[in-house]
Design a protein around this ligand. Structure first.
Ligand SMILES: [Zn+2]
Length: 235
């Protein structure tokens, strides 16, 4: 991957594809990635990106609006955490048998975790919680949807995936970002169907969306929800 600049636009140039169109995406971290047709030279890609600058500026502005509300964690009582689309308040507790538990509608975090390891340790505890719950839920949902999509899924992993919600490997393996667990169940199901459908079609072509549509006719609403609200799903 190469970082390129055209006037005031900086973008990540991804490897070319056999397709005829150039895919320009504003990623969750606000970076622009561009996947061009393989036949294009980098200079031609620069031109294409520049010709679509109005669309890019508009979408970057929208991304900034959506991200302006991002929380800064202090790890104090009362802070709000998302789990399956609902907000839970943080409660620091003196004693419990696990670092983090969801109990009586609260995210109960062992105070000694924060005292000893600070924000990083608190974040790890919450991340481990999402990963643990995610393994169970995502395995269930993949099992539910795989026959509907008509695919045989491989091993599932829940992990840190940077700016991506999920990815599907060529052998059928599926990786999900632990942040998926912050989203409502309906949205998690969309992410699952989306990834499973990649076993039929690697790229986001009309054929791909047609596969998603067969299993989940209201996928557009769910996809739009994720686009608008995904930025809130941060620790
Ligand atoms: Zn995809």
């Amino acid at each position: 991957m190469q970082i390129r600049h055209i006037k005031d636009i900086e973008y990540r140039l991804l490897p070319g594809t056999p397709r005829q169109t150039t895919d320009i995406v504003i990623e969750r971290d606000g970076c622009i990635t561009v996947r061009p047709p393989a036949r294009m030279t980098p200079e031609q890609v620069d031109e294409t990106v520049f010709s679509r600058r109005l669309w890019i500026y508009r979408n970057l502005a929208e991304w900034r609006d959506l991200n302006a509300t991002r929380v800064v964690r202090e790890w104090v009582n009362g802070e709000s955490f998302l789990y399956l689309g609902s907000a839970y308040r943080l409660l620091l507790v003196a004693e419990q048998d696990e670092p983090l538990k969801l109990k009586d509608g609260r995210f109960c975090l062992l105070r000694s975790v924060v005292d000893a390891g600070g924000k990083a340790a608190a974040q790890d505890a919450v991340r481990d919680f999402y990963i643990g719950r995610g393994r169970v839920r995502l395995a269930q949902r993949v099992k539910h949807y795989a026959p509907r999509v008509g695919v045989q899924p491989g091993a599932i992993q829940v992990k840190e995936l940077g700016y991506r919600w999920a990815s599907s490997l060529v052998g059928g393996g599926l990786h999900f970002h632990w942040k998926c667990l912050m989203a409502p169940a309906k949205i998690i199901d969309y992410i699952v169907v989306h990834e499973l459908s990649h076993a039929h079609q690697r790229d986001h072509t009309d054929l791909f969306w047609n596969e998603v549509d067969k299993v989940m006719p209201d996928y557009r609403e769910r996809k739009e929800w994720l686009r608008q609200r995904g930025a809130e799903m941060e620790l």
